[in-house]
Design a protein around this ligand. Structure first.
Ligand SMILES: *[C@@H]1O[C@H](CO)[C@@H](O)[C@H](O)[C@H]1NC(C)=O
Ligand SMILES: *[C@@H]1O[C@H](CO)[C@@H](O)[C@H](O)[C@H]1NC(C)=O
Ligand SMILES: *[C@@H]1O[C@H](CO)[C@@H](O)[C@H](O)[C@H]1NC(C)=O
Ligand SMILES: *[C@@H]1O[C@H](CO)[C@@H](O)[C@H](O)[C@H]1NC(C)=O
Ligand SMILES: *[C@@H]1O[C@H](CO)[C@@H](O)[C@H](O)[C@H]1NC(C)=O
Ligand SMILES: *[C@@H]1O[C@H](CO)[C@@H](O)[C@H](O)[C@H]1NC(C)=O
Ligand SMILES: *[C@@H]1O[C@H](CO)[C@@H](O)[C@H](O)[C@H]1NC(C)=O
Length: 913
């Protein structure tokens, strides 16, 4: 086990400890719901170990941090490049708060309550990106001048009303959308932008933008703009002889949505020189597109959706080119001859009022055509003749009742047709014949009967969706012409019988959906077919004999009710890898229910066991390939002896967050490979060695948040390889001297939040590998000399939040030469010989001494000494955290909190008496 992995464990362990939920990888750490500033003590101190040098970004979310005075210096080898403090109710950030993070490039402070942004002036100069969206900033002050590298600034969703562009010099991408901006000033210096998002504001005019020479992406949509002024190069005219003029030579994206432009008039030649990637004219109240308007255009994405266009005159789009033309969501009744010789990769005419599609597309070159949601009752023959490039045709939700034969004639490259949710009752034989269609979607129509020949000559068809068609009977020849078929969906019909040989010619069939039918008999799954996956619904019993097919890899069980899952329910399915259950209720599971599923790797355990209270003997018998079993967060009350027999390969067993109060003897026998057992968040009162027999390979045992009050001398005897043990938050008052006799591999132990008063001498004698010992939040009053004397590998010792009055002598820690972090905060300590400790144990980087009863005069002396010798110390936490007993001056308050001893300063000893 490498050191890195061990330290990563430490991260995760601490994450559990803090009540915060944290999530980490080698280069990031994300925590939510932390308590500030405790978080610093509990978390940063450990996380920021040298060995996890890749840590680059930190995110803190959903917490309460109204003020941020100081973000602590992290270990000097960390180059934190990204910091996120999001949704933390931040109202104030002190100037200089982040100055220690000198490598910071990205700062995300979105979703807070910041009004004042003066802290920006003292941010580290490498910053490139600041996200202040969703705050309460009202003024864009001149605070960015020292950030020479700042390129991206978002202030969207704030309360800005005037923006002085002079204050944003150097910024390339400015996002001030969703504010109340009614005026822009200082525009003369705004020639540096690539992107400006000014959408969703209150701008009434748009002017002085003649110098926006670099801008490529301009969004002024959703304002109250009536007119735009600028010397004209590009002119977009609209009714009443008003015009929008632009001189934006680099413009690639222009967003003008919600700007009223009733009619796009004829012959606007100038717009053609404007080779935009995107022009958005959605929601602009356009009612008409005049003849030849887009004639000969060549553009990227033209968005004309959500207008009131009733007419597109003939030739409006003649001889033009668009990668994406969106005319959806208008009131178009027809567009006959509008697209003559047009080329469009995607054309979207969905959600209009087109009743007849004929003569619209006859000479259009289109790859993807969407005309869904139009009231087209009949699809006439030759509607798409000439559309030889079309690959995808979407005709769903069109009220289509009838499809004339040869409707799809000429579509020589058609790959996908979506006709779902129409009113088709009869599918004429040959409707799709000789088309190269690979996917045909027909679900949600009214085709009760599939006639023979419905899918005649569809040799390329791979995917066929026939779900929700009220089909009650299937003829054994229905699919016999589909040699390429790979997937068929027959779900949610009224099929009761599947005829023999239904798929006999479908040699490529791999996936069959049959759930939501009322199947009583079927035998389509002969072993000659290579079907790998099926979906089914069951009522009362699983029809085991019907699905037995040794080649099946996956079964999906949907919408089913099974009061008792019986012994051997999946008989014969030796190759099943996945048992996927959705919307399934199983009341009880009999022992042996899954036997013979020797290759099962994925079981929907949480769905299958969601109402099961008792896990019975032999329940998992046969599941010898299963590696991970997640039974967490259910309502399990008891586990029978031998409940997990058969899970020979299981490495992870999650039983946390259940209602288990007692463990039986030999509950876990058979789990020979088990590495991790999580029993946290239950009601377990005691742990004895008989309960843990059979899991001698266990490395990690999580018992935090139970009611454990007693551990016997031999409780952990059966776990000789144990490396991680958490007993946090239980009711332990004492520990037996012999408790860890057989656990010499332990690397860390979490015992915090118990009621332990005293540690018996010799308890840690066998733990020469232990790296982390957390005893914080107990009732320890005394640490006996020699108690830590065999903890030669100890790196972190947390004794904070106890009742320690004295540590007798610093020699208590002398044998832990690797000690790096020692927490003594929140005790009753008055004296401690730091000088001798640091001389003897010279790897220490950090000692937490806050909130003790240190005598102030002497502490002042310590600080004096530190200062005189150039020893660095840091107040890491400003909140008063200690009793006032011995404080005799306000100067002291600032000092007593945290002393940071970096190890190059060890020779400048701390005298403290
Ligand atoms: C913001 O954080 C609070 C807890 O402080 C949480 O309840 C809320 O859901 C969070 N909001 C979002 C949008 O995440
Ligand atoms: C952090 O940055 C410094 C200076 O650029 C560099 O010497 C050091 O190697 C970096 N550390 C890491 C872990 O990237
Ligand atoms: C936004 O600013 C206006 C004054 O310009 C103020 O009345 C309003 O309360 C502010 N809104 C918020 C959410 O802070
Ligand atoms: C601006 O911010 C808003 C919301 O924060 C976001 O939706 C939008 O995409 C951003 N604009 C640009 C151009 O990135
Ligand atoms: C913006 O800067 C220019 C040149 O630096 C100056 O002429 C102009 O008055 C400034 N505008 C504002 C509103 O400060
Ligand atoms: C569609 O056209 C019909 C007449 O053909 C009209 O009655 C209906 O209101 C129109 N629907 C919409 C949404 O414009
Ligand atoms: C299950 O049985 C109930 C009642 O007997 C019936 O209403 C339901 O349709 C059946 N479901 C299936 C999938 O057979």
């Amino acid at each position: 086990m490498t050191v890195k992995v061990i330290l990563l464990w430490i991260i995760l362990a601490r994450a559990v400890y803090c009540n915060a939920s944290c999530h980490s990888g080698l280069d990031f750490l994300q925590c939510t719901e932390i308590k500030w500033p405790d978080f610093l003590h509990d978390f940063f101190s450990l996380v920021l170990e040298e060995d996890i040098a890749q840590l680059q970004w930190i995110a803190i979310t959903n917490s309460k941090i109204p003020t941020m005075d100081y973000f602590p210096r992290l270990h000097s080898t960390f180059n934190i490049t990204k910091l996120v403090i999001e949704n933390c109710s931040l109202e104030r950030i002190s100037e200089g708060a982040f100055q220690e993070l000198e490598y910071l490039q990205t700062l995300d402070l979105s979703h807070n309550s910041l009004k004042n942004i003066y802290f920006i002036e003292s941010l580290p100069s490498r910053l490139q990106t600041i996200d202040l969206s969703y705050n309460r900033v009202m003024y864009l002050d001149n605070v960015f001048h020292s950030l020479k590298n700042l390129k991206h600034l978002s202030l969207s969703h704030n309360n800005l009303s005037i923006v002085d562009m002079n204050n944003t010099i150097g910024i390339r991408n400015l996002n001030v959308s969703f504010n109340n901006i009614s005026a822009l000033i200082g525009g003369a210096s705004s020639s540096h932008y690539d992107t400006i998002d000014l959408s969703h504001n209150n701008l009434k005019t748009f002017s002085e933008y003649d110098l926006l020479v670099r801008v490529r992406d301009l969004d002024i949509s959703y304002n109250k703009i009536k007119q735009i002024h600028a010397p004209h190069t590009v002119v977009l005219k609209y009714s009443g002889n008003k015009e929008f003029n632009f001189q934006l030579p680099k413009l690639e994206k222009l967003y003008l949505s919600d700007t009223p432009i009733p009619k796009l008039k004829e012959s606007i030649i100038e717009l053609k020189s404007f080779r935009a990637e995107i022009i958005q004219l959605s929601n602009c109240s356009i009612t008409k597109i005049s003849k030849n308007y887009f004639h000969d255009f060549d553009m990227g994405y033209m968005d004309l959706s959500y207008n009131n266009i009733k007419f597109i005159e003939e030739g409006s789009f003649s001889d033009c080119k668009f990668t994406n033309l969106d005319l959806s969501h208008s009131q178009l009744k027809t567009a006959q001859h509008a697209f003559v010789n047009m080329w469009g990769y995607i054309i979207n005419l969905s959600n209009n009022n087109i009743t007849n599609a004929k003569n619209i597309f006859s000479s259009v070159s289109v790859h993807y055509l969407d005309i869904s949601y139009n009231p087209i009752k009949v699809l006439f023959k030759s509607t798409f003749i000439g559309c030889t490039d079309m690959a995808t045709l979407i005709l769903s939700n069109c009220q289509i009742e009838f499809i004339e034969r040869n409707s799809f004639e000429g579509l020589a490259n058609l790959e996908k047709v979506d006709l779902s949710h129409n009113r088709i009752q009869i599918l004429e034989p040959g409707t799709f014949q000789n088309l190269p269609v690979e996917e045909l979607i027909l679900d949600g129509n009214q085709i009760h009967t599939l006639r023979n020949g419905s899918f005649r000559n569809m040799e390329s068809l791979k995917k066929l969706n026939l779900s929700q068609l009220c089909i009650s009977e299937l003829d054994s020849n229905t699919f016999s012409d589909l040699p390429a078929l790979e997937s068929i969906d027959l779900s949610r019909n009224n099929i009761s019988t599947i005829p023999d040989n239904l798929f006999v010619n479908c040699e490529n069939l791999r996936e069959v959906f049959l759930h939501g039918n009322c199947l009583s008999s079927f035998s389509p799954f002969s072993n000659k077919l290579k079907i790998k996956s099926i979906s089914l619904s069951f009522n009362y019993t699983i029809l085991t004999s019907k699905i037995a097919n040794i080649n099946l890899n996956e079964i999906k069980i949907l919408d089913s009710y099974v009061p008792l899952l019986k012994n051997n329910s999946f008989k014969g399915l030796y190759n099943l890898h996945t048992l996927d259950c959705q919307n399934v209720v199983v009341e009880q599971i009999e022992g042996g229910a899954f036997q013979t599923l020797y290759n099962l790797k994925d079981i929907s355990s949480k769905e299958l066991f969601k109402t099961v209270k008792k896990i019975k003997f032999n329940t998992f018998k046969g599941l010898r390939s299963l590696n991970d079993l997640d039974l967490s967060g259910l309502s399990i009350v008891s586990l029978e002896t031998g409940a997990f027999i058969g899970l020979n390969s299981l490495e992870y067993l999650h039983l946390d967050h259940n209602n288990i109060s007692e463990l039986n003897k030999s509950t876990f026998v058979g789990l020979d490979s088990l590495c991790t057992l999580d029993l946290s968040f239950n009601y377990i009162g005691n742990i004895s060695s008989e309960m843990l027999v059979g899991i001698g390979n266990l490395r990690e045992l999580y018992l935090q948040n139970n009611n454990i009050s007693l551990l016997n001398a031999d409780s952990l005897n059966e776990l000789p390889l144990l490396e991680k043990l958490s007993l946090r938050n239980n009711c332990l008052q004492t520990l037996d001297k012999e408790l860890f006799v057989n656990n010499g591999d332990l690397l860390w132990i979490h015992l915090e939040q118990n009621r332990i008063k005293e540690l018996p001498v010799g308890i840690f004698e066998y733990l020469s590998n232990l790296k982390v010992l957390n005893m914080s939040s107990n009732k320890l009053a005394i640490i006996s000399i020699g108690i830590f004397s065999n903890l030669k590998s100890l790196e972190v010792l947390d004794l904070s939040n106890n009742e320690l009055v004295t540590l007798e002598h610093a020699s208590a820690f002398y044998s832990s030469k690797n000690l790096r972090r020692l927490y003594l905060d929140n005790n009753h300590l008055k004296l401690f010989d730091f000088d001798r400790l640091l001389t003897n144990v010279n790897n220490i980087e950090y000692i937490g001494i806050s909130a003790n009863k240190w005598q102030c005069n002497n502490l002042s002396h310590v600080i004096e000494t530190l200062t005189r010798h150039g020893v660095s110390y840091k107040e890491e936490i400003k909140a008063p955290m200690y009793s006032n007993d011995n404080i005799d001056g306000i100067g002291c308050i600032d000092i007593c909190k945290y002393v940071y001893c970096s190890h190059e300063n060890i020779e400048d000893t701390l005298h403290y008496y």
